[in-house]
Design a protein around this ligand. Structure first.
Ligand code: CP3
Length: 344
């Protein structure tokens, strides 16, 4: 890793340092809110795009060029490694991941094999190409956490209440833990391949873990997230751990092996810091704030930055992803506000 990269504001904040400006990037910065993304994706299915090296490189670069964000998030999806090991699934526009035959039995679990480099060759080629193109800007690799991936595999599609997922967890804990172990292995393998190809940080997305109580999270999800994060523990890259509605789980998510805990907008960062202990935090502007006038966005962003001063390191982000109808100019202005912020 070059000095320019290892001393970048993003990696320094992940390590708990205070660079000259607070680094900022946005979850879902690469995607539908950008006209240049929509133009490129015209007539190309989401998963086909994810397996086309040139397209992955271009879409990952688009927000870096437009906004001057401090990190790039790799353009892919949490279900890509599952598709790559042969799970029959698709990403349906406006719905999300849909699995043809939801996984509910041991025989189906036994079909889930390890991820091999050849399965994701065009994906990993994009990581390598991006590392060159990005220069001193860090690339964040990512994977879905076992609970969130399991929820798609077991329900078969996005769910409001995760009834099949929780039913398996409670009625057949043996099957549940074996399935989670399998998924954690695949997620960990995917993270490791991205880092070995040049990604300089990783984020584990447990978007739907907020559906669990703290006790259930600790018993049924945390050990498997720890295993996925553990797969890159020896590679010396910061590990970010993020979920939505996970205010009660923040401490446990930190303990799973995260250097940085991602916080949604429901818990102020100074309170989040009390919950995660001696770790950096990432977040946490409510994405819908971006529909308000610029002066309101700026004031809210400064509040988040003030609250983030309680942390060892702070990476500015939204509390969840960019919504498709958010005006790119509002994000560009927000980056300027974060970069111009001076600590009191
Ligand atoms: O910019 C980025 O953040 C990088 C790319 C990225 C995508 N998905 C691209 C995408 C990342 C990091 C993800 C992660 C992801 N995918 C998560 C975790 C993050 C989160 O937002 O909570 C989850 C839960 C998924 C599953 C998924 N994939 C959903 C719920 C959807 C949206 C469905 C819809 O159409 O509303 C997708 C599809 C998806 N993934 C799109 C993009 C840009 C939209 C599809 C398209 O552009 O055609």
């Amino acid at each position: 890793m070059t000095t320019q990269l290892s001393e970048s504001p993003f990696l320094r904040a992940c390590r708990g340092e205070r660079p000259d400006h607070t680094p900022v990037w946005f979850m879902r910065q690469a995607g539908r809110s950008l006209p240049e993304y929509r133009a490129l994706r015209e007539g190309v299915a989401m998963l086909d795009a994810c397996f086309t090296t040139d397209m992955v490189v271009e879409v990952t670069m688009q927000p870096v060029r437009r906004y001057g964000v401090d990190a790039a998030i790799f353009f892919s999806d949490i279900v890509v490694p599952l598709k790559a090991i042969g799970v029959d699934l698709d990403i349906v526009a406006g719905t999300g991941p849909v699995v043809a035959e939801p996984i509910r039995t041991r025989a189906q679990l036994d079909q889930l094999r390890d991820l091999e480099p050849d399965d994701v060759a065009p994906v990993i080629a994009a990581v390598t190409a991006l590392t060159g193109e990005l220069g001193g800007t860090p690339l964040i690799g990512f994977a879905g956490a076992p609970f969130t991936l399991a929820s798609y595999l077991i329900e078969g599609r996005p769910s409001r209440d995760y009834r099949h997922t929780k039913a398996m967890m409670r009625t057949d804990p043996g099957l549940w833990h074996d399935l989670m172990e399998r998924i954690a292995a695949v997620a960990g393998q995917f993270l490791r391949m991205q880092v070995e190809a040049g990604a300089s940080a990783v984020q584990l997305f447990d978007s739907w873990a907020g559906a669990l109580s703290l006790a259930d999270y600790r018993a049924f999800a945390q050990p498997h997230s720890a295993a996925a994060l553990g797969a890159v523990a020896d590679l010396d890259v910061p590990r970010i751990h993020f979920g939505v509605g996970t205010g009660e789980l923040l401490g446990a998510m930190g303990e799973a092996g995260a250097d940085v805990v991602g916080v949604d907008w429901r818990v102020p960062l100074d309170e989040a810091v009390r919950r995660v202990g001696d770790r950096s935090v990432q977040g946490n502007l409510d994405p819908t704030t971006l529909f308000a006038p610029p002066e309101v966005v700026a004031a809210e962003a400064r509040r988040v930055l003030d609250e983030g001063l309680a942390a060892r390191g702070h990476v500015f982000n939204l509390g969840h992803g960019v919504l498709p109808s958010i005006d790119p100019d509002a994000l560009a202005r927000l980056v300027d506000v974060v970069h111009a912020y001076e600590r009191p």
